[in-house]
Structures are given as C-alpha cells and as structure tokens.
Design a protein around this ligand. Structure first.
Ligand code: SF4
Length: 379
C-alpha cells in the first residue's frame, strides 16, 4: 500500500530557482525557511516535504490538506478588513514540531503516523473560484507552515490577485531574505507566531529564535501588513521577564504592530500545563502596553478578558472596534481608517466603509453559506 510519503512524492514540481541553489555532488540548498537545509541527493529537508531527486529540489504541488472559510478575526488579523471572510487552505508538513500544535494533523502528517491527513487534489483556479463564489475577500495559506510550500501558495495567490482577492500568510516566521523577496509581490497580510523569546525554547520546538526575529524586522521593513501572535503556555513562555523582552522587541520594530496574546489549551502532546487563565492574558496585555505597544489583544477566551478584545484609539481612548471572539460587535472607524473622535490614524488595512461581517464562525465550503459549485472536500 502506498504511504503518505509515496502519495506526496507524486504531487511535486521543481522548486523555484529563487528558493534553492544547486551545490556540488548533486546536493541542493533550500532557502524556503530559516533552516536553509543543505540536502544530499535522495534526501528530504527537515520539513520532509521538499526533497532532492537527482540534484533537483522538488516541492509540494497540486493538493491541499484542507480548506475552510474563517472570519478574518480567527487568523487572527484585527487590523485588516474586519468582518471579511478568509478562505483558508493548507498543505501538509512543517519545519518545526511544536508539541502543542493545534494543527498537528496537517503539520505533522509526515512525522507522526497518528496524524492521518490525505491530500485532496486541487488547482489554483478551482481554489480561487471557490473562494470567490463563497464571498471571500482574502485567501490565506495556513494550517501547515506556508513558507515550506511557498511555490504553491504563490501560484494560488497569482490567480487570487487576478480575481481581486487579497492574500495572507499565517506563519511561524522562520523565514529567509530569499523567501520574503519571493513572496513580497503576492502576499498582503502576514501573521507571525512568535512562540517564545528564548532560543532554548525554540530549539525544543525544532527552530532557532534569531531567524524569527530577523523575519519580523524584514516583514515590517518590506511593507507587509504584520500582526504577531503569542500563544501563552503556562510555565513555558509566560514569565514576566520573557513577555517583557518579547513585547519590547516588537515595540522596537514598531509600536503600531498589533500583538495578540492568546490562551493555550491542552493539545497534541502537550497535556501537562493547565489551560491559560484569563489573568495571564491580562498580565501579558499590561506588559505589552508598558513596553509601548499601542494595540495588544487577548484571544481564545471570548468575553473573559475585560476590554482586551477591542480596538481603542491610542490617543483619546475612543472605542473603535468592539469584538467578542471572532464577532465584530461595533465598527467605528472613519472611511480613512481614523478615530472619529480625535482623527488619529489607526494603522492597518481598512475598507472605506465597513462591509459587515460575512461569518462569525468557521465553516467548510459547501456546508454553509452559499453552496459551492464544486467541493474538494469529502462530504
Ligand atoms: S523548507 Fe526549510 S526545512 Fe524544508 S527543505 Fe527548505 S530549508 Fe529545509
């Protein structure tokens, strides 16, 4: 019987020349993520989905691990088109192996036999057509680490842009200068999951801190719309000292970058720590504000974190966007994205007029909302 690796090895094409180089002795070096793997012939990289066959780098192509329509607030993007529908797709595999991954069924499909996630064949045209038919404004690569499948994401994003959609990455931020240059023309919104401010912790997850910090600085300098998320895992990354250093780093890049501190719940292999209580989110929020960040949000505990789900004007305190979980309850920005009370411009990507919320819950295409003309999901 064919293994998942066998199945995926048929759904590939040559990597883009911007993202790899050929070395001596038929080796290649991949630049799609911060590992920058030198890959001998016949071997995969750390992510297990990009591999060297005969001195050529082959990369994932022509399938998705799943698709779903989400409120854009779920990604989370809070300063980009509030209420919009984000059509989300992912492939399989990851360059990290976080023991608390909430998308482990797709991200760890090639490392963990209990992660059963067959690929579903798809074309960029089909995916974009479905996104448009369902009323999505944004199409987002998520669920697995999108950097390692960037060629496929860019192929979809080229179609998406031609159809008038915006595009986004939900990523661990383990990037390289090469992959960010490759993505810059095609990616509008970029969320980085900053998991810790301790290199030792990052090594436990299979990465290093420095490439993540470098990527955050580059993303901001290159003009991607950037929001940062930190999942607060009790005992792992929630000390005052670590959160302060993290917040001061983000504020040093720009105090205008939204920082989402969100609650952990037991998942995958990490079942020891307790779920994050609301008090920890409130403490992290205050640390973020003290560090100079102007927009700090508490997530995953709707209605339990005082006003930390809302956007307030950093100048006069006016309530600008009221939220509960993924729901937008009130929208109060001007057509130019400014505070109606004092005129302070709020950083972000805003529509001239609020379009209302398309969906406040995630749903699978074809099961809710306008029916899809085709379904790439099993019913
Ligand atoms: S994407 Fe990252 S982990 Fe995968 S082969 Fe390239 S450099 Fe290595």
């Amino acid at each position: 019987m064919a293994t998942l690796r066998d199945i995926l090895s048929e759904r590939v094409r040559e990597g883009d020349s911007a993202l790899y180089e050929k070395l001596d002795r038929n080796r290649v070096r991949c630049y799609a993520c911060g590992h920058c793997c030198p890959i001998p012939e016949g071997q995969p990289g750390v992510c297990k989905v990009r591999f060297n066959r005969g001195g050529t780098l082959y990369v994932p192509w022509g399938y998705v691990g799943g698709v779903q329509c989400d409120p854009i607030e779920k990604k989370p993007f809070f300063h980009a088109y509030p209420g919009a529908l984000a059509y989300s797709f992912g492939m399989l595999g990851c360059d990290l192996h976080c023991s608390y991954c909430q998308n482990w069924v797709t991200s760890q499909a090639l490392r963990d036999p209990s992660a059963v996630s067959p690929p579903l064949d798809a074309t960029p045209q089909d995916l974009v057509k479905q996104a448009v038919d369902l009323g999505a404004k944004v199409i987002v690569s998520t669920y697995n680490e999108p950097l390692i499948t960037s060629e496929w994401a860019v192929a979809i994003f080229k179609e998406a842009k031609a159809a008038g959609l915006l595009t986004g990455y939900v990523s661990n931020g383990n990037g390289t200068p090469q992959v960010l240059e490759y993505l810059r023309p095609w990616v509008d919104l970029y969320k980085v999951d900053l998991k810790s401010f301790d290199d030792h912790h990052y090594r436990q997850l299979g990465g290093r801190l420095q490439p993540i910090l470098d990527t955050i600085r580059r993303l901001y300098a290159m003009g991607f719309w950037l929001e940062i998320v930190t999942l607060l895992v009790p005992g792992f990354n929630d000390s005052d000292d670590e959160l302060t250093r993290m917040a001061e780093f983000v504020a040093g890049v720009s105090p205008d970058i939204p920082w989402h501190v969100i609650a952990f719940h037991k998942d995958y292999k990490m079942t020891d720590p307790d779920d994050t209580p609301p008090e920890t989110l409130l403490r992290a929020g205050k640390i973020g504000k003290r560090a100079g960040l102007r927009f700090v949000y508490a997530g995953n505990l709707p209605g339990r974190t005082e006003d930390w789900e809302n956007t307030c004007c950093p100048s006069c305190g006016e309530l600008l966007i009221e939220r509960c979980g993924f729901r937008v309850l009130r929208y109060n920005l001007t057509a130019t994205g400014a505070c109606p009370s004092c005129g302070q411009v709020i950083p972000g990507r805003w529509d001239p007029s609020y379009q209302g919320q398309v969906a406040s819950m995630p749903f699978l295409p074809g099961r809710r909302g306008r029916p899809a003309r085709f379904s790439i999901l099993p019913s």
